[in-house]
Ligand binder design. Sequence first.
Ligand SMILES: Nc1ncnc2c1ncn2[C@@H]1O[C@H](COP(=O)(O)OP(=O)(O)OP(=O)(O)O)[C@@H](O)[C@H]1O
Ligand SMILES: [Mg+2]
Length: 369
Amino acid sequence: MTAAGGLAALAGSHGVVVCCGSGGVGKTTTAAAIAVEGARRGRRACVVTIDPAKRLADALGLAELTNEPSRVEGDWPEPGELWALMLDTKSTFDGLVTRYAGSPEQARAILENRLYRNIAGALSGTQEYMAMEKLYELHADGRFDLVVVDTPPTRNALDFLDAPRRLTRFLDNRVFRLLMMPTRAYMRAVSVATQAFLRTISRVVGGEVVADAVAFFQAFEGMEEGFRVRARRMEELLADPDTAFVLVASPRRDAVGEALFFADKLRESSINVDALVVNRLHPRFGGEGGQLREGAEAVRARAESLAGTPLAPFYANLADFRQVAEREETHFAELAARVAPAPVARVPFLAGDVHDLDGLTAVGRWLFA
Ligand SMILES: Nc1ncnc2c1ncn2[C@@H]1O[C@H](COP(=O)(O)OP(=O)(O)OP(=O)(O)O)[C@@H](O)[C@H]1O
Ligand SMILES: [Mg+2]
């Protein structure tokens, strides 16, 4: 399978495509381009972006993206459709509470709880978990043939994949279980030591905070089983052969190191990389037409042999560019080998930012040519 055939085939046949990679490498851009390609292939595609800069809304010609899918106009062949949404962690969490609470009163008690209001959008790991919930919801929805997920820029590459498991661990945590107990049973169950501990916390963070926490966990009662069941289904969805993983990387040496680490972590989770995108490569100037095929060193020698002539600086310049391109090739060769036989798509440094459908089309030409 060629690189282009590989990525185009993913956009054309898989139900879920997850774009992952470290910060700033081009995940959002790649995810959007894959969804556009899906629509071009007559599929009903939806891209979930995590891009607070709203750059992608502009790129897709929308005034703004919300937490619900908005339709993007384009002349896609029937029955192709393109939809996009921008993950809003707090709204997604609120939506879950409203949908899965046992009663409207329970939903209100949680939504109005001060602790909930503080953590819903800000707690570390919440964004990753809500991205998973959103993916799960859209996949189960049936309106889309293809859901493309742009993953959050996390320091730990696997926070996203790990989110369902971490939630399950949290629900199984002893402190959580204690706090979930109805008040009286809870007071009987907590040891003198724990009570002393809670008193100390109360003194430090304020009794109100502890009361909010206890009220929050009690309001949550009965909902944790639903969270647990969905977390398990999300893990199954990630492991499903219909779900593809695209690793986006930059050819800079440090970024390749991060991507190698990422690829290893994926493998530890028994996940294969289905395609590698190397983004923002320096092009090999002057080499396409067949002239000047030689490498940086040969071009440098030519520059030296022409010293003093007007052509020398141009050759020296070309040698510099070619050296950068060659170094990049060496840097990511190891990465390509690590994810083999995954196809590799190369995207050069484009002249401008990718901020409209034309930009996405330009990226797409390299991704799916
Ligand atoms: N091949 C390219 N050539 C030129 N500019 C690019 C290219 N790919 C991406 N960009 C630009 O680089 C910036 C970062 O890209 P993008 O937002 O897709 O990265 P990201 O991995 O989603 O970042 P983050 O981790 O912050 O979410 C954007 O401004 C985008 O327009
Ligand atoms: Mg992004």
